[in-house]
Design a protein around this ligand. Structure first.
Ligand code: PXP
Length: 238
């Protein structure tokens, strides 16, 4: 499995003092030197961590695959069409949430989703929808033309090590296989850490894991390079 590193929390720390440290581009350079597959950032409506200028600077870097997480809004569509990141992941967004709390309801707004992704696909941007492991959501995504889903691993991550782990894990695994039978490629992420990530190998053909919080949290103690390398090894060990 490939690793996409979500660097949003480097920006969270930077913004805490309103200055420039820690520098986002240094974080990106370290991730790139570790040969991660993608640099992932979520440009939120309230710009609470990553800012427009950060996304633009990352996009301008050569040989850097940018995976831009964004809400399904006109503003974000315009930004994606202008910057043409390699990939986008369409996520739900609520202003008050601490982090992305659940998957996007694609089924409930299928017409809008189809219209939203059409110009993005026409620009050869790899589009993915961030959804819960739910067959209805998967079949809805399959009607949009998007080639990818990203499965929300939050429930599994929270249940890890408890009585509820197996059910949450089997839901993810079943959803991944169901989606692949529809011809969709499957990424996963949210709440994954150095322990619960190991079971992702039991899910066939996952393409990429997008991981942020646990890596940046570990980087506080061991440095970003070490934290990224450790996670990359866990992703690559079959
Ligand atoms: N994937 C998506 C779509 C997300 O929104 C997030 C959180 O921004 C992540 C992955 C990474 O989650 P975490 O920071 O918990 O690793």
């Amino acid at each position: 499995m490939l690793l996409g590193v979500n660097i949003d929390h480097v920006a969270t720390l930077r913004n805490a003092r309103g200055g420039v440290e820690p520098d986002i581009m240094t974080a990106v350079r370290i991730c790139k030197e570790c040969n991660v597959a993608s640099i992932t950032t979520h440009l939120r409506e309230d710009r609470r961590h990553i800012k427009d200028a950060d996304v633009e600077a990352i996009r301008m870097l050569p040989h850097t695959r940018l995976n831009l997480e964004m809400a399904m809004t006109d503003e974000m569509q315009e930004i994606a069409l202008r910057l043409r990141p390699h990939a986008i992941c369409i996520v739900p967004e609520k202003r008050q949430e601490l982090t992305t709390e659940g998957g996007l309801d694609v089924e409930g707004q299928l017409d809008r989703a189809i219209k939203f992704v059409k110009p993005l696909l026409a620009k050869n941007i790899e589009v993915s929808f961030f959804i819960d492991p739910d067959v209805h959501q998967i079949s809805a995504v399959s009607k949009t033309g998007a080639p990818f889903i990203e499965l929300h691993t939050g429930k599994y991550s929270e249940a890890f090590g408890t009585m509820d782990e197996e059910k949450a894990f089997q839901d993810l695994k079943g959803a991944a296989i169901f989606a692949q039978n529809f011809g969709l490629k499957v990424n996963a992420g949210h709440g994954l850490n150095y322990h619960n990530v190991k079971r992702m190998h039991e899910i066939p053909n996952l393409v990429e894991l997008n991981i942020g919080h646990s890596i940046i949290a570990r980087a506080v103690f061991v440095g970003l390079e070490q934290a990224v390398k450790e996670m990359k090894n866990l992703c690559e060990q079959g």
